[in-house]
Design a protein around this ligand. Structure first.
Ligand code: TYD
Ligand code: ZN
Length: 404
């Protein structure tokens, strides 16, 4: 039975199985080991609209609920990043008393906090009630809901249409992505702007960062695929900016067709993606080979250290670590524990088969390990600076497996 693209409904080309996976952010208690939700993580590419997507994803409620573990504000770098964007857009868009900003997937208020401090009307929508409570405590107005066309109509009725609809690391979360864009279409003022920032397919292919792929990242967007998606609703990308956050993200600025001048950045980036053949299934078959090589190298390395009696731990338990651990079959016999600073993860275990205990980063130095696998490799600079007293070796898993 062919599977069909969630964006354009044409048949998909399935190219890789990562085996059985738990939900990446579902860090668990030991007694929950046996009742985990597991699914076969299958990756596919649509040769019609160029969307990279996962098949078989869990239901939204299983991923986004009152136990959601990802807290955006655990990184100082990310706090600065979203603070900078808030300043930039207030400079660029000349907001007045009637202006209204909506964020989809507002998490712990890391971005809207700055908008709220500037006294601009705003609303954050997030399906996980625990993160909404944290955001509310920072003075951010939130709505506990999944964003879809019904939620969008309710917002329009109660607050009016939006000048800016912002979402970061959310467009890849939502299975019924057409419902999201339908909702944005209803909610956006005629001359409004949608700004969305997500991990970039180009960076994933270049860095071989397969750990970007997990249920909550069921799409990895590119300029080609985002343009196909929004094109269905007579919208277009008019500017693109790229940054190194989360291992490489693209920020798309989107308007209704013809409302804004298309920036040179869009023309150039389209060409870059074509040169890299991000519109060709062969690229993904090649990616599959590179990913499986990376697994072999990492496993050989860890087994070798272990054979020589070395003590190996992990640093950072990002959602990304769930993909590496489960795909590479790494458990607590190889990596004894992982240190992380998120209150939602400490005391729990990494999900799936891996079941590695998570402890607070405060006890990292005193544990005296020989090697530390840096799962949060995208925060390398911040973490290596913070842990400068660690005298032993770091294993960096991505983009290239290296020991420093
Ligand atoms: P991150 O890469 O932000 O997210 P994702 O889950 O989307 O892959 O996750 C980084 C993890 O690393 C997060 O669990 C917090 C942890 N961390 C630390 O423990 N110490 C630090 O100094 C930083 C920056 C992150
Ligand atoms: Zn498609």
């Amino acid at each position: 039975m062919p599977k069909f693209c969630r964006v354009c409904e044409k048949p998909l080309s399935e190219f890789m199985s990562f085996g059985e996976m738990p939900i990446a952010n579902s860090f668990i208690n030991i007694q929950e080991k046996k009742n985990q939700y597991l699914y076969e993580m299958l990756a596919a590419f649509c040769e019609n609209c160029f969307t990279f997507q996962l098949l078989n994803v869990p239901k939204p409620k299983q991923m986004f609920n009152e136990n959601y573990a990802y807290l955006a504000s655990t990184s100082k770098e990310m706090q600065e990043h979203w603070g900078d964007l808030a300043n930039k857009i207030t400079d660029e868009f000349n907001f007045d008393k009637k202006s209204f900003i909506v964020e989809i997937g507002s998490n712990d208020g890391i971005f809207l906090k700055h908008i709220s401090e500037k006294k601009i009307s705003h609303l954050g929508v997030d399906a996980s009630s625990n993160v909404n409570e944290i955001a509310e405590a920072k003075g951010v107005n939130t709505l506990n809901a999944f964003f879809n066309s019904k939620t969008a109509s309710d917002i329009v009725t109660n607050f009016g249409k939006a000048d800016i609809i912002f979402s970061s690391n959310t467009m890849h979360h939502i299975e019924d992505i057409n419902e999201v864009v339908k909702g944005m279409d209803l909610l956006l003022k005629d001359d409004g702007t949608i700004i969305t920032e997500d991990p970039s397919l180009k960076e994933m292919i270049i860095k071989n960062s397969y750990d970007q792929i997990y249920a909550e990242h069921m799409y990895i967007w590119s300029l080609h695929s985002i343009s196909s998606l929004f094109g269905r609703y007579k919208m277009e990308v008019y500017r693109i900016e790229n940054n190194e956050r989360h291992g490489g993200c693209s920020r798309y600025f989107i308007c209704r067709k013809g409302k804004k001048k298309i920036d040179q950045t869009v023309v150039e980036y389209m060409q870059v993606e074509k040169t890299l053949k991000l519109n060709n299934i062969k690229t993904f078959l090649n990616f599959k080979k590179n990913v499986s090589n990376s697994k072999k190298i990492l496993r050989d390395l860890l087994f070798n250290f272990k054979k020589n009696g070395k003590k190996i731990v992990g640093y950072g338990a990002p959602a990304k670590s769930t993909t590496i651990l489960n795909y590479c079959d790494i458990d607590s016999s190889l990596i004894e524990k992982i240190f992380d600073n998120s209150s939602t993860k400490v005391g729990k275990y990494t999900p799936g088969k891996s079941m590695i205990p998570i402890e607070h980063t405060d006890s990292f130095i005193s544990y005296k390990s020989d090697y530390t696998l840096l799962f949060a490799w995208n925060h390398k600079d911040e973490i290596l600076k913070k842990e400068k007293n660690y005298k032993n070796k770091w294993i960096i898993p991505i983009p290239k497996i290296e020991i420093i």
